[in-house]
Design a binder for this molecule. Structure first.
Ligand code: SF4
Length: 697
């Protein structure tokens, strides 16, 4: 009998509802769920890759152990006992910090890992914790921490109601929204235009989103902060400040301080630095300020450049100064059923410790991932000797992947919780593969906290997992229990919880009145209404105020304002494609088929200067590496910038991904210098990387 199962797609942040036809536990079709209260039937081409992922013959189902370079299947019991004992022994000899953990981006896309990995990480008591967060989004969280009192208080653009959407360094038509959960961004963009609103994109590339926008302005990679500061200066000096209902929560002296800090900034110099004309900067600022509602959304291009931390402070500041914060159509905080960011006011989550070798700051319990390789390779007290990775592929995701490749070889022990033998996990001693995707129940906790409309939806498993396989939450729970036996003795019995126990208690502790039972009665989700004003209730600052000039930003701003900006040479930026999701989906033939997707975009004038023709192989050289790649001439690029997509580079030996290794591409992270970071947040600079490009002889 054919049954239709409803669930939320967990591949990206958009939370699209799926209707999945299943017969005898086999997936027949995957379509958009028209009754889904949030996505209303929208899906992107990636949704069908869930079937490919589910049926992928390269996927591991049971633990494997490397023996003399070959992989052998072992029992779960042996795997847990060996992993727990090795981690414990290494910590006994070298200290707690000798074991590190790296959690990849899918951690927040899996309910089991979201809820059960933190307990396991706490048991390890290591300060060497890393994740994909520090590759591209700490700037958003740092601004939330210092301006609103909690790192999870990241405002989202209310694009459902805005009249003016200014996008910097983001391509939401392709990403489907990032740190902004919004299924069908294309439809929402059209709706803004239908109601006579305006969409403006600022980007070094005329992106897919820019082509649908009303206006696109090229900006030199990495210089967005200058544009944002010029906008703040104009707003302050032209008396365009409107604070609206949040006025009581902003000290007026802060506005004077900000005005004073920017008094010497020259708009003409900003135009020279950014490549955006003076009149365009002035018009943009006035239009934004005069719109009934307006919002700035900044993503990867600004989040992962040299001033990413300052950029997100500046974006929040502009939204605040123009009465576009905590107001319909502006930047808003959400009202999710399971709320992140509930800890007590004043709790410090930044710079509590530093990375061992370079001294980069901890934030939210993690160190920047760009330090992982050096913390493994540099001898001395606290050197990382063992690593746990959970659904992460840092060799492809972290700057200077080749150095990380080398660092993996130096480890005494490496366990990966992952479904594939990929570029990172090929170095592992043991791999623990969880049931995944359609086999798992789901609720997108993090993404409901970032959604442009409040909804709640729980998905049951769509297909049964194979007998004997384990869910991610079972792996963390049982591995944790085995580790606790090592620490506390073989008779110690840890308390056992199930996924549904933990999730239900989280729901009940929220203010929505929802329970798991109620969510299960609504397979298409529950609509909790539009975003609402939450200031001052959600503020977590000690004084209950919004801080628009936190000390750490003042000193970073002073440093920036004395910088000399060098506009020479080519600068590398990343890009993403609709059928690609970081490095996850390249083993699905329907996602990678067709023309080569891993090309370097270069403006024809830059190509001509180097005698490069379309389709030719070129060598891209940075401080840390040189890679060969096909050149694709495109006037969509700003002269002086080149673009390579991320997530590729499946040419390494030993990976067991048949399709991906044929459609290999190169990894942009093999060109990115892990030593160059945003001084404020420690986030790697992956946009605006100086490179030289030459024709391959
Ligand atoms: S947009 Fe994201 S959530 Fe929606 S179907 Fe595509 S991958 Fe899934």
């Amino acid at each position: 009998m054919i049954e239709t199962k409803y669930r939320t797609c967990n591949l990206c942040e958009a939370l699209c509802g799926l209707a999945i036809e299943v017969e005898n536990n086999k997936v027949l079709t995957i379509k958009g769920d028209k009754k889904d209260v949030f996505s209303r039937g929208h899906i992107c081409p990636k949704a069908v890759a869930l079937k490919d992922l589910h049926e992928d013959p390269d996927r591991l189902k049971f633990p494997v152990k490397k023996v003399n370079g070959d992989w052998e299947e072992i029992s779960w019991e042996e795997a847990f006992d060996t992993v727990a004992r090795r981690l414990y022994e290494i910590q006994q000899h070298n200290g707690a910090n000798s074991v590190a953990i790296y959690q990849g981006n899918p951690s927040v896309h899996n309910l089991g890992t979201s809820l059960f990995s933190p307990g396991f990480v706490r048991l390890l008591q290591t300060k060497n914790r890393y994740s994909a967060t520090s590759v591209d989004q700490l700037g958003h969280h740092l601004a939330g921490e210092y301006m609103f009192g909690h790192m999870s208080l990241v405002p989202v653009p209310d694009i459902i109601r805005t009249d003016y959407w200014l996008i910097l360094g983001g391509n939401p038509l392709v990403s489907n929204g990032s740190l902004m959960t919004a299924p069908n961004v294309a439809g929402k963009l059209k709706d803004i235009q239908k109601r006579k609103g305006k969409v403006v994109v600022i980007d070094p590339r005329r992106t897919e989103t820019a082509k649908k926008a009303d206006q696109h302005l090229f900006v030199r990679p990495g210089t967005d902060i200058w544009l944002l500061l010029a906008m703040i200066k104009l707003i302050l000096e032209e008396d365009l400040v409107k604070l609206g209902h949040i006025k009581p929560f902003i000290a007026s002296a802060q506005l004077d301080l900000l005005k004073d800090l920017l008094s010497e900034l020259s708009i003409t110099e900003v135009a020279g630095i950014t490549g955006i004309k003076v009149e365009s900067i002035i018009n943009l600022t006035r239009e934004f300020t005069l719109a009934n509602s307006a919002v700035i959304y900044g993503r990867l291009g600004v989040s992962a450049n040299k001033y990413g931390g300052l950029c997100h402070w500046a974006i929040n500041t502009i939204n605040i100064l123009t009465n576009n914060f905590d107001k319909a159509g502006g930047a808003m905080l959400t009202n999710p059923a399971v709320e992140l960011g509930k800890s007590r006011p004043g709790k410090k989550r930044f710079r509590r410790w530093k990375s061992r070798v370079r001294g980069l700051p901890e934030f939210g319990g993690e160190l920047p991932s760009s330090t992982l390789a050096e913390d493994m390779l540099t001898p001395g007290e606290g050197q990382i000797k063992a690593l746990v990775t959970s659904c992460g592929n840092p060799v492809l995701s972290v700057p200077n992947g080749r150095k990380l490749d080398e660092a993996f070889e130096s480890l005494e022990f490496y366990v990966a919780i992952d479904i594939y033998i990929n570029e990172s996990t090929r170095h592992a001693d043991i791999i623990l593969p969880p049931a995944t995707g359609l086999e798992t129940p789901h609720y997108g906790i993090a993404f409901h906290n970032l959604a442009v409309h409040n909804t709640a939806k729980y998905s049951n498993s769509s297909v049964d997992k194979e007998p004997g396989t384990k869910y991610d939450w079972e792996i963390f729970s049982e591995l944790g229990a085995a580790y606790e036996k090592c620490v506390k003795g073989p008779d110690f019995e840890s308390t056992k919880y199930t996924l549904t126990d933990v999730f239900d208690s989280l729901l009940i502790s929220g203010k929505s009145g929802l329970t798991l039972e109620k969510l299960r009665q609504h397979p298409h989700g529950i609509d909790l209404g539009p975003l609402k004003s939450v200031i001052p209730n959600r503020l977590k600052t000690e004084d209950g105020m919004i801080n628009i000039v936190p000390d750490i930003y003042i000193s970073a701003l002073k440093d920036l304002l004395i910088q000399k900006v060098d506009a020479k040479g080519l600068l590398l930026i990343g890009r993403r494609a609709l059928r690609s999701n970081n490095s996850w989906l390249h083993n699905s033939y329907r996602m990678v088929k067709g023309p080569n997707k891993c090309t370097m975009l270069i403006h024809p004038s830059d190509a001509e200067q180097r005698n490069i023709l379309n389709g030719e192989t070129v060598i891209v050289q940075s401080r840390v590496g040189a890679e060969e790649i096909e050149a694709e001439l495109s006037s969509d690029m700003m002269p002086g910038s080149v673009s390579i997509p991320h997530g590729w580079g499946h040419h390494r030996p030993g990976i067991k991904l048949k399709i991906a290794s044929v459609h290999a591409g190169i990894s942009i992270n093999d060109l990115i210098d892990e030593q160059v970071v945003d001084a404020l947040s420690g986030v790697s600079v992956i946009n605006g990387v100086p490179v030289e490009v030459s024709k391959k002889n």
